[in-house]
Design a protein around this ligand. Structure first.
Ligand code: SAH
Ligand code: SF4
Length: 385
């Protein structure tokens, strides 16, 4: 089996090149060809010796993810559905804004945490993505967008690990992928512009702080344990007090001096004024010092099986006002890509039933081949390496 070069951070690629009897600096050249220039064919890499190119042809490959579908929203948001084999699909979403381009990336097919308000959670867990499958989403999106927008400049300036899956339950694949994003020879993103979002896997938050401290978002969703136990089952293992302690430890390493708390606004469940007051109290007084944070309120994106509804705007505004009046920086997330189901928690929302996935994948495969000739041809192999 040949090695998938998207599986390697620069260190890993250097070790691979050494294994081929090549100098380590060759790895830098190769890495730049792949990630900065989007090359997929070794013959394109003209400054590499022909002998190295020949070795690479027999020992390495660049395995991208077949695109099953691509949808572009009226607001410029683009959503891709990628085939990861065995009837599983994951999504990535590009969100253009005036001053940045953000890619929302998936880390797992499905998710084992099972939050009540999340369609990925309802779908259950299929498997972890490999490093190469996480990186492939960025590699594909960046180079597709450059062609699509006809620019040689970098298009994606920010990555948020907020697609499908709990990134900190796929730690060993996540960290090398983050390193590829951060590497100056890779995508060169600053630590402040790469965000890992977690439902609160406390031990892994500590490890991330040590190994690769990027910006951190913590999905809070409730101001007390009773409610959070119900909405985010992982809270029974790592309750709020432990989670907030971990946030404070993370802040000692973080590239920003605050944690972003995400809070999904569920009508009548967690959106009452008393919840807002409890939240203020919690983040202000925890462990005596509180937690330096910003609050990001996310209007719930409903899906049929959840039995939950989105908080009315008036309720969201009232909730935000209580937080802001207490001096907590609070934003309400704009819902983007509504018309293409690209909003949070809607990713691959109806892929629960395996039979339907297979049918849909077959259907979408036909559609993509007909409609999106601009996308690079889908790779034949679909499984991870
Ligand atoms: N597993 C990680 C990252 C993926 S979810 C986490 O939970 O943080 C990314 C964000 O989308 C999380 O804050 C999550 O709570 C939120 N989310 C999930 N389902 C949602 C829905 N239906 N409506 C709005 N936000 C949702
Ligand atoms: Fe998993 Fe995050 Fe969805 Fe919870 S919100 S089920 S942790 S993807």
């Amino acid at each position: 089996m040949t090695a998938n070069l998207l599986d390697f951070d620069l260190e890993g690629l250097a070790a691979f090149c050494e294994g081929l009897g090549e100098k380590r600096f060759r790895a830098t050249q190769l890495f730049r060809w792949i990630h900065q220039r989007g090359a997929r064919d070794f013959d394109q890499m003209t400054d590499l010796a022909k002998s190295l190119r020949e070795k690479l042809k027999t020992s390495a490959r660049l395995q991208d993810l077949p695109v099953l579908s691509q949808h572009e929203s009226a607001d410029g948001t683009i959503k891709w559905l990628f085939d990861v084999g065995n009837g599983d699909a994951v999504e990535a979403v590009f969100i253009p804004e005036d001053d940045r381009g953000t890619l929302c990336v998936s880390s797992q097919a499905g998710c084992a945490v099972g939050c009540r308000f999340c369609s990925t959670g309802h779908q259950g867990f299929s498997r972890n993505l490999g490093t190469g499958e996480i990186v492939a989403q960025l590699w594909f999106a960046e180079h597709f967008l450059r062609r699509h927008l006809n620019t040689a400049e970098r298009v994606i300036s920010n990555v948020v690990m907020m697609g499908m899956g709990e990134p900190l339950q796929n730690y060993s694949a996540l960290v090398p992928a983050l390193k590829v994003m951060l590497d100056d020879h890779g995508y060169g993103l600053s630590r402040r512009r790469v965000t890992v979002s977690t439902s609160g896997v406390v031990p892994m938050m500590d490890r991330l702080g040590q190994d690769c401290p990027v910006a951190l978002a913590v999905s809070l969703h409730a101001p007390n344990d009773a409610l959070r136990d119900n909405l985010v089952p992982l809270n029974r293992k790592y309750p709020l007090a432990e989670l907030l302690d971990a946030c404070n430890r993370y802040l000692q390493h973080a590239p920003r001096d605050f944690i972003t708390f995400e809070y999904c606004m569920l009508d009548g469940v967690n959106d009452l004024p008393e919840h807002a007051r409890q939240l203020v109290d919690l983040v202000r007084t925890h462990a005596g010092t509180g937690v330096s944070c910003k609050l990001n309120l996310i209007p719930f994106n409903p899906f049929p099986q959840s039995g939950l509804t989105r908080s009315p705007n008036s309720q969201v505004t009232a909730f935000a006002k209580i937080l802001s009046d207490a001096g907590i920086v609070t934003t309400v997330r704009k819902t983007r890509g509504d018309d293409i189901d690209a909003a949070c928690g809607q990713l691959a929302g109806d892929v629960k039933d395996r039979t339907r996935v297979d049918q849909r994948i077959a259907r979408q495969r036909t559609v993509i081949l007909k409609q999106v000739p601009a996308a690079p041809a889908a790779a034949k192999e679909t499984g991870p390496s």
